[in-house]
Design a binder for this molecule. Structure first.
Ligand code: ZN
Length: 317
């Protein structure tokens, strides 16, 4: 019987959990609530309980388990030290040491965006590529850079923050990070809605987007697909800014592939088309052939990436 790996992805309301073979095949997945009260002190014991129940059900001993990977919505350094996690009420502590009080198997932890990127690079859109940049276009723009199969987390875990590349000197509104003109202000779901609202306010050109009750990225790309000229201008502006940002990323990392995920990517290949055609206008020739593909793991990317953290961590130690 193959050994098992548990991949855990801690979110603000639920903890996603998956049981994998040591070859990375997902056998089963489930969720438990994230209990954030009392500085989140129940979260790790709850996870340990859930895994122990599962092990009992499958008649597994700790010898049958390679380890547990945990992705956390906050900075985690390469030694598995969590550096404050505001959403969960956590301070600074060693996650492996804390988990070992409840279940005695190796634990490896990482930041959630980076773990999700690792998952996509391993078993998702970037499968088979060692050098991948994963870009998540959601409420914000998340990123993860995988170099030779490893997460580029940087000195303090702040590597791969693609969403905060500076793009526009003339921006007057502030990004969530406090700077102005960040990529995320134009390429996230919220950013695309903002571009569309600004464009519609600029003149009275007819557009189906004017009748939308709430402006969002889906309204824009549905209108693009229906041939709306104003929506196409918005998509072009989005593609121009993101294409330029990713060309800059490529100048540093020379990836084999960009994997595009998050809510915006649900509009499909058309999103890639707008990014790609602008990317090639800006990129250094050595990265002109970089492929673009859609993410495929959706909300499971985190548990896959967490499982991979375990397999990589064990192989190293
Ligand atoms: Zn920013």
């Amino acid at each position: 019987m193959s050994k098992k790996v548990f991949g855990v992805d801690i979110g603000g309301t639920t903890v996603k959990m998956g049981m994998f073979t040591d070859q990375g095949e997902l056998l089963d997945k489930w969720e438990i609530p994230t209990r954030t009260e009392d500085q989140g002190k129940n979260i790790l014991p709850d996870i340990a309980d859930s895994i122990r129940n599962r092990m009992d059900k499958e008649s597994l001993t700790t010898d049958d388990v390679v380890g547990i990977g945990i992705s956390v919505p906050g900075p985690v350094d390469d030694n598995g030290i969590v550096h404050k996690c505001v959403n969960l009420g956590w301070g600074v502590f060693d996650i492996d040491e804390e988990m070992r009080k409840h279940i005695n198997v190796p634990v490896f932890a990482g930041n959630d965006a980076n773990a999700a990127a690792l998952g996509e690079a391993w078993k998702g859109g970037g499968k088979g590529c060692g050098n991948v940049v994963v870009v998540t276009l959601g409420t914000g723009v998340g990123g993860g850079i995988i170099v030779n199969g490893k997460i580029l987390s940087g000195y303090l875990g702040a590597g791969g923050e693609i969403g905060h590349i500076h793009m526009d000197d003339n921006e007057t509104e502030k990004c969530g990070c406090g700077n102005t003109g960040c990529l995320e202000q134009y390429a996230s779901a919220t950013g695309i809605a903002r571009l569309a609202t600004r464009r519609l306010a600029a003149d009275n050109k007819p557009s189906s987007m004017r009748s939308a009750q709430h402006m969002n990225a889906k309204v824009v790309f549905d209108a693009v697909k229906a041939g709306d000229e104003v929506a196409k201008e918005v998509a072009e502006q989005f593609g121009d800014i993101l294409g330029k940002g990713l060309a800059n990323v490529a100048a540093v990392t020379n990836p084999e592939m960009f994997v595009i995920g998050g809510g915006v990517s649900k509009a499909g290949e058309i999103v890639l088309d707008y990014i790609k055609k602008n990317y090639v206008r800006y990129v250094f020739h050595g990265s002109r052939e970089t492929k673009f593909t859609l993410a495929t793991l959706g909300n499971d990317a985190g548990i896959f990436g967490s499982a991979k953290l375990v397999l990589d961590g064990v192989a190293q130690s």
